[in-house]
Design a protein around this ligand. Structure first.
Ligand SMILES: [Zn+2]
Length: 279
């Protein structure tokens, strides 16, 4: 197996024109292959793959690091697994995998899911083929190309002076709080989605929206667009459907929130708190 090198930079690409050593990450049913001993991502060399006893439907090129050309391998339904490996949810590797490897898996899991989910045409139901030059599936019955699906979402940290608006989602475990988030709907602008989501979830108005940064979040295919915003008016009223509790928390007295290193929600909170601590 190939070792994980924390300093690697990953460059996404669609075609492998390099002579770099090939490195395979393996997926099945939206899950990823890990080494049972290290509990970390299993990265297979060509030899590992050859002698693994595993069967694959397809290998998708993902892009390269300094030393390796990375592939995502679709494990066949009835395949055995390589000795001392197992298939787990990619969430299990959050915080364990260096960023570049999380990016590799994030891309890998989404490309495999796109390929597996688009084997047949939605219009004529005949088998689709992969396009020769584009990373897309296509059918002879119509000219539309089916690219890997990305679902844009907004995620917003609303603040009021020294206070952060944090919410508890009904599905969160225990007393875990986070920033507000939601999918951008068809036909909607980012700004409209932000105003609608905040209004729907906690019934307040906001102003001064500023873009912070984005993150690919492959559970299953979100592109999270992160923003800071200022409170404008209204009293917090959780919608009771998605959000069961929401409140203002002083930056020095926060509940349990996502860590800053893993998710954009954590980064938004951390960036606000560190700015406050400097003033
Ligand atoms: Zn068709």
């Amino acid at each position: 197996m190939i070792d994980i090198n924390g300093t690697s930079n990953f460059e996404p690409e669609n075609f492998d024109n390099s002579n770099l050593e090939k490195a395979y990450t393996c997926y099945f049913d939206n899950k990823v292959l890990i080494d049972k001993t290290t509990r970390n991502l299993a990265i297979l060399s060509e030899d590992d793959l050859k002698w693994s006893g595993m069967e694959f439907n397809k290998h998708h090129y993902l892009g390269k690091t300094e030393n390796h050309a990375f592939y995502a391998s679709e494990i066949s339904k009835d395949s055995n697994l390589l000795e001392n490996t197992e298939i787990v949810d990619l969430r299990n590797l959050l915080g364990l995998l260096p960023d570049s490897y999380f990016q590799i898996c994030s891309r890998g899991i989404q490309l495999v899911d796109w390929h597996v989910s688009n084997q047949y045409c939605g219009k004529c139901s005949k088998p689709m083929k992969q396009h020769e030059t584009e990373r897309a599936m296509c059918c002879t019955c119509n000219p539309v190309l089916i690219y890997p699906k990305i679902s844009p979402c907004i995620i917003v940290l609303v603040t009021k002076g020294d206070y952060l608006l944090l919410a508890h989602n009904k599905n969160f475990p225990g007393d875990f709080y986070s920033t507000l988030a939601g999918f951008i709907e068809a036909g909607e602008s980012v700004e409209e989605a932000i105003a609608r989501e905040i209004k729907e979830e906690v019934d307040i108005e906001i102003s001064n929206i500023s873009y912070y940064g984005s993150q690919s979040w492959p559970f299953p295919s979100q592109l999270m667009l992160g923003f800071h915003a200022d409170y404008l008016s209204g009293d917090i009223k959780p919608d009771g459907v998605e959000i069961d509790k929401a409140d203002w928390f002083h930056y020095k007295d926060l509940p349990q929130v996502p860590p800053g290193k893993i998710s954009i929600s954590g980064m938004l909170i951390e960036s606000f708190v560190s700015k406050k601590l400097k003033t």
